[in-house]
Design a protein around this ligand. Structure first.
Ligand SMILES: NC(=O)c1ccc[n+]([C@@H]2O[C@H](COP(=O)([O-])OP(=O)(O)OC[C@H]3O[C@@H](n4cnc5c(N)ncnc54)[C@H](OP(=O)(O)O)[C@@H]3O)[C@@H](O)[C@H]2O)c1
Length: 359
C-alpha cells in the first residue's frame, strides 16, 4: 500500500480552475466500521463546482478535496474489528459531507485516489456494470427515483411536468416514467433537443425557445394544468411551472440551473404568485439528496440505492457513458462540465493495472 496519494484540493473558495491544485496527501487509515476505498472513477457534477464557488447548500472547511457524493472503487483495507464487505470488492461509496443540521454519513471529497467510508454505506457492484455507470449511480438516478416515487408518488397515467428534460436527471426521469406508465411533459431550452427527447420516450416536449410554456401545458394536460411537476431551473422558468400547476398541485424544486453564475440576490429567486399559492393551495417544496441521505437510515438508503442498481442492471435506466479524464486534466474536465449541450459527464478516473477492463 502506498503511503501517499494524489488529491485535487481547493485551498479556498473561488473559481474551481483557479483554486484547485493537484497535491500529494497521506493515504487515510480506516477506523473501526470503515473501509479504505481505492477510487476508480468519480464524476464532476455541477454541484461539486457550486461547493467550490461557495454557492451550494453547505460550505466545507478549506482546504478541501473536491467532489462530493459518489464514486466507485475497490475495498483495499478494513478498519480494526470491521466485518462485512470483502477486500477487493468493487463498491459504490456515498460521500456526504458534514452539513449543518444534517446528520452523517460524512466522508471527505471524492477527487482523490483513496478515501475512507462507512461500511454500512457501501453498495456492491456486479461485474457487468461499468465503472462509468457505477460511479454515477447514486446522485442522478437516485434523485430521479426518489422524485418520481417517494416525493411525488406519480401514478400510472398521470402527467409529470419537468424542466431541463435533457439533463441527466431529466433523461432518467423520462426512462423511469415510461417504465412506470407515467406520461411526461418535458421542457427544454433548445430546439435541437426536441427530437432527442421524443426519441428517448418523452411523451410531450415544450421548447421554451419557440413555445409558450403555460399555453402548451394547458393544451396537453387540460386547462387546469398539471398536478405534479419537478423543476431544476428555478427563476422565471420555475415560476412558470408553478403557474402551470393545477389547483392543489405539487412542484418539487431540486435545482436552480438558471441561477448559476448569478451574484444578484434577486436572480436567485422563484417568484410565486401569492394568490395562487393561497387560493389554489399549490405546494412548492424543495428536495436535496444530501439532506435525504442525512435523514434516511443506512438500511433505507442502501435499499433505495439497490433499487436503482437493479433498474440500471435491468436496462430500465441507462446512464450516459461518462468521458474519462485523469486528475491532471482537471481544467479541461471542469470546462466540459459547464459547456452547454455537453451531453456526456466528465469523470475523473484512476489507472489501476488490475482493472483496465472495467471501464
Ligand atoms: N437536489 C438534489 O439533490 C439534486 C440531485 C441531483 C441533481 N440535482 C440538480 O439537477 C440539475 C441537473 O443535474 P444534471 O447532472 O442532470 O445536469 P446535466 O446532465 O449537467 O445537464 C444540465 C442540463 O440543464 C440544462 N440547462 C442548463 N442551464 C439551463 C438554464 N439556464 N435553463 C434551462 N436549462 C438549462 C442543459 O441544457 P442544454 O442541453 O441546453 O445545455 C442540460 O440539459 C442540476 O441543477 C443539479 O444540481 C439536484
Amino acid at each position: 500500500m502506498p503511503q501517499s496519494m494524489r488529491a485535487l484540493v481547493a485551498g479556498k473558495v473561488g473559481e474551481p480552475t483557479d483554486v484547485l491544485r493537484l497535491e500529494s496527501r497521506p493515504v487515510p487509515t480506516p477506523k473501526a466500521g470503515q473501509a479504505l476505498i481505492r477510487v476508480k472513477a468519480t464524476p464532476i457534477h455541477a454541484s461539486d463546482l457550486h461547493v467550490l464557488r461557495g454557492r451550494y447548500g453547505f460550505s466545507p472547511k478549506f482546504p478541501t478535496v473536491g467532489g462530493h457524493m459518489e464514486c466507485v472503487g475497490r475495498i483495499e483495507a478494513l478498519g480494526p474489528d470491521t466485518e462485512g464487505p470483502k477486500i477487493g470488492e468493487r463498491v459504490v461509496a456515498v460521500a456526504v459531507p458534514a452539513v449543518p443540521a444534517v446528520p452523517g454519513p460524512h466522508v471527505a471529497g471524492t477527487w482523490q485516489e483513496y478515501l475512507v467510508a462507512d461500511t454500512r454505506r457501501l453498495l456492491p457492484i456486479p461485474d457487468h456494470l461499468s465503472d462509468s455507470s457505477a460511479c454515477q449511480l447514486a446522485v442522478n438516478p437516485l434523485t430521479a427515483l426518489l422524485l418520481v416515487t417517494r416525493e411525488l408518488d406519480v401514478q400510472p397515467g398521470e402527467w409529470l411536468l419537468q424542466t431541463a428534460a435533457g439533463s441527466t436527471v431529466g433523461r432518467l426521469v423520462i426512462q423511469l416514467s415510461r417504465h412506470l406508465g407515467i406520461r411526461t411533459i418535458n421542457v427544454v431550452r433548445r430546439r435541437d433537443a426536441v427530437e432527442e427527447i421524443k426519441a428517448l420516450g418523452g411523451d410531450e416536449v415544450i421548447c421554451t425557445e419557440d413555445e409558450d410554456l403555460l399555453q402548451r401545458v394547458a393544451e396537453i394536460a387540460g386547462p387546469a394544468g398539471a398536478r405534479k411537476a419537478i423543476d431544476c431551473v428555478a427563476g422565471h422558468v420555475g415560476a412558470q411551472v408553478s403557474q402551470a400547476l393545477a389547483p392543489g398541485g405539487e412542484l418539487v424544486v431540486y435545482g436552480a440551473l438558471s441561477t448559476h453564475r448569478q451574484a444578484d440576490p434577486a436572480a436567485l429567486t422563484i417568484p410565486l404568485q401569492a394568490r395562487s399559492v393561497i387560493y389554489e393551495t399549490k405546494a412548492v417544496r424543495g428536495f436535496w439528496l444530501n439532506r435525504w441521505f442525512g435523514t434516511a437510515s443506512p438500511e433505507d438508503a442502501l435499499r433505495a440505492l439497490s433499487e436503482v442498481r437493479s433498474l440500471v442492471a435491468d436496462e430500465v435506466l441507462s446512464i450516459p457513458q461518462g468521458q474519462p479524464f485523469p486528475l491532471e486534466r482537471f481544467t479541461e474536465a471542469i470546462s466540459l462540465a459547464e459547456t452547454p449541450a455537453h451531453g456526456t459527464k466528465p469523470l475523473f478516473v484512476f489507472e489501476d493495472g488490475r482493472d483496465k477492463d472495467d471501464r
